[in-house]
Write a new protein. Structure first.
Length: 184
């Protein structure tokens, strides 16, 4: 009778996530994940053909964690504002995971716009709350606010900018109101 499997695919992914959170996705290796698991490398290669396959699965899990973070973030002022704060806070709290999503192409303008629209009805809801905007204008406003927010998040993530949450809020409010004035 073969020995009972003690390490599941989920265990391997959780270990890889811990490595990614501490050191980044590039640090995911058979050695680092097996060390995190407290096992040999055999369980890893029992469920993943290559380390690249494990990295891909890990990044997919990071993205799911990111989406859950956005959904669970406490609502403030508007969906635009809440999304911006959540985006910056994710970069601040999980810099290695934020970097992984950037490196793997999850934070392109198109990807973000589609995801936000799909997950939250974001653009359509904003039109309802800002009734003077067309759908196209709301999408354009979102794009401008996202570019600004992404810049702040990247600077914070890399340690080049240190802001309190109140300072982040003030920057986002000022930027949003400035961009919005272009449509009035």
């Amino acid at each position: 009778m073969p020995p009972k499997v003690k390490t599941s695919k989920e265990d391997v992914i959780k270990a890889a996530l811990k490595v990614a959170e501490k050191e980044g996705v590039a640090a995911i290796s058979a050695k680092s994940v097996s060390s995190q698991l407290g096992t040999s490398v055999a369980p890893i290669f029992r469920v993943f053909a290559t380390i690249e396959e494990l990295r891909n699965e890990t990044v997919s899990q990071i993205y799911a964690q990111y989406i859950a973070y956005l959904k669970d973030y406490p609502f403030e002022r508007s969906k635009f504002f809440t999304y911006g704060l959540a985006y910056i806070q994710f970069a601040k709290e999980y810099p290695n995971l934020f970097n992984a999503l950037m490196e793997w192409g999850f934070f392109t303008a198109d990807a973000i716009g589609k995801e936000v629209s799909n997950q939250f009805g974001f653009i359509e809801d904003s039109v309802a709350s800002l009734s003077s905007l067309s759908v196209e204008q709301a999408q354009e406003l979102f794009y401008h606010v996202w570019l600004y927010t992404h810049g702040i998040a990247c600077l914070i993530c890399k340690g080049s900018l240190h802001l309190s949450e109140e300072e982040e809020k003030k920057l986002l409010i000022t930027a949003f109101e400035s961009f919005l004035r272009n449509y009035q």
